[in-house]
Design a protein around this ligand. Sequence first.
Ligand SMILES: [Mn+2]
Length: 391
Amino acid sequence: MKFAHLADTHLGYRQFGLHDREKDFYEVFEKIIDKIIEEDVDFVIHSGDLFDNSRPSPMALLTFQKGLIKLKNANIPIYAIAGNHDSIQRKGTIPPQVLFKKLGLKVISPINTNYMYEDVFIAGLPFYPSSQDKNLKNKLAELSKKAANHEKSILVLHQGIDKYFNLQYELEISDIPDNFNYYAMGHLHNYINDDFGKGKLVYPGSSEIWKTTEISDYRKNGKGLVIIDLDGSKPSVERIKIDLPREFIERSLDYNDLTSGIEGIKETIKDFDKKPILNLTVKNVESTFDAYDIINEELSDMALMVRPKFLTPDEESIELIINQENALGSVEVLSDRLKIYENEDITKFAIELYALLSKDLIEDSQELVKSFFDEKYVDSEYDNNKEEVLK
Ligand SMILES: [Mn+2]
């Protein structure tokens, strides 16, 4: 028996505000679906962050709907959980995944934690924030008990684990029940394939470069999905790389020899099908104005976006300031962006948090976040009545 595992497809994400980047994410998703069908798997697992946010655009929803229908026509069921991006961690809210239940999507939720595919027990939970870690651990213990009755079992989660994710995590590796055969993880955008419990623990990673910090893992492991064969005594995992529609080029240039640096880049990218994103670091800069103009003039037609960073001869970074007179201060920008929530409490909270973080007052910031959360969101009964609405 074979199944495909993917996660963090972030449909609807518009990187750098570019519509072309949004389309890249759709294109990769379509390629993944075609690959899954070609591989003729028995079923599919999506481990969260299917969509980039909890209110996806019609185009993001439609892209998923198309993929889901293709899978359905190929007789391949798909199981999915909500991640931190495509859900709101608040009582009474539902993730967009539930829209597709009638089209056959098997949503794994606190209400419906487990399914059977023939003799395989498939269980999981949506993303739980760290404020809910007790709740999460109790639920994991329940699922572990149920899994004990089955020879083959899969646990689906969208969480950070300390072993792989030491900055922000909700679970330590020892919190994870060890009696499942396969751990279908989501959340970490890099590729991880580890031994754990009775089998394998895998983060397939994001399907596209969601953040430029993912580029080094992408060079090493590619982006894509995994196909798991459950037939042996231990599951075997095959990494399937999916070509990304567009290249990210990272180059260092010397201000004193910009011309030859630029020529080198032009030579590299001249035959690309799609315009690349250029991440450039320009060293020994004397005038950002000058450097910015030259780079833009020479490269902007050949690139989807040029993202330059400027360093002085002492390696200090220089802020590029455009049109200073009309520029908004950071607090104004913040409150402007938060207007969409139409909620003064949120704006006030964000500005206070910004002020604390700007002064590196980490503990005060954590305190502020915690009290805001406790005050606004009821902790108990967190996952009761999610989805009740749609029953
Ligand atoms: Mn994600």
